[in-house]
Design a protein around this ligand. Structure first.
Ligand code: SAH
Length: 232
């Protein structure tokens, strides 16, 4: 019998073939398609959205945020080039679905979510499904998770106006960063960066995507209060 998840996988594979020239591969790695097949996407969406859980598009998850389109989750996971035993930092836990897909690949995931209510819900979902290798922390992911660094891969799942320096610092030599770069509101470019053995970072844009924006301080410290600023 064909399940909704089989149908979804067929659609994702078809999108991958159609965008092969941009993303650099024309089929999903077996480990990635297995991971997508194993993670129950319906557990990461609101009950009212369950019927749409295996459709190949993003869905609202509350607080103005979205669970990414399965095709995007699939290609970002594959672009990271990670596998069993690797460590990944994720900026933007959202529903926890992307983190679960990485965990299904055998990766230890350190995921940061700025909205406490989403972090809490993702934690509960991931725990209920037994994804023990995912740690979710509430906070501003722009500065990464230095205590758990360095990482084999870093995935940013919200639109970033520029490359986050702190995250590049927390990437291992040989590691990869996958990030939607560009102004929020319109399209961004999904970009893949690699850190070379000597620490040099190179990267390129792959394809236009659309993500909700990175919020928070973007690495800037809070502006000085009136008391601290010098008189005019
Ligand atoms: N990966 C998610 C989808 C992410 S949507 C999933 O699989 O469902 C983007 C998420 O990034 C939102 O939940 C948003 O609240 C979060 N976010 C935005 N700016 C952030 C920041 N500075 N630090 C951590 N999370 C952030």
């Amino acid at each position: 019998m064909t399940t909704p998840c089989d149908t979804l996988l067929t659609e994702v594979e078809s999108d991958v073939r159609m965008t092969a020239a941009a993303i650099g591969f024309d089929h999903l790695a077996p480990a990635v398609s297995d991971a997508l097949r194993r993670v129950p996407r319906h557990a990461f969406v609101a009950p009212a959205q369950r019927d749409l859980a295996y459709a190949n598009y993003p869905l609202p998850i509350g607080s103005g945020q979205t669970i990414s389109q399965p095709y995007i989750v699939a290609i970002m996971s594959q672009l990271l080039g990670v596998g069993a035993g690797d460590r990944v930092f994720e900026l933007g836990t959202g529903s926890g679905y992307q983190a679960a897909v990485l965990a299904a690949l055998g990766v230890a995931v350190y995921s940061m979510e700025i909205l406490p209510e989403l972090a809490e819900r993702a934690r509960i979902t991931l725990q209920a499904l037994g994804y023990d290798q995912v740690q979710v922390r509430t906070g501003d992911g722009w500065l990464g998770w230095p205590q758990a660094a360095p990482f084999d891969g870093i995935i940013v799942t919200a639109a970033a106006p520029r490359l986050p320096e702190a995250l590049l610092d927390q990437l291992k030599p040989g590691g990869r960063l996958v990030i939607p770069l560009g102004a929020p509101g319109g399209n961004q470019e999904l970009a893949l960066y690699r850190k070379g053995p000597a620490g040099a970072v190179t990267g390129h844009n792959l394809l236009p995507v659309r993500f909700v924006p990175v919020t928070g301080g973007l690495g800037r410290s809070a502006p000085p209060s009136d008391k601290e600023s010098s008189p005019p």
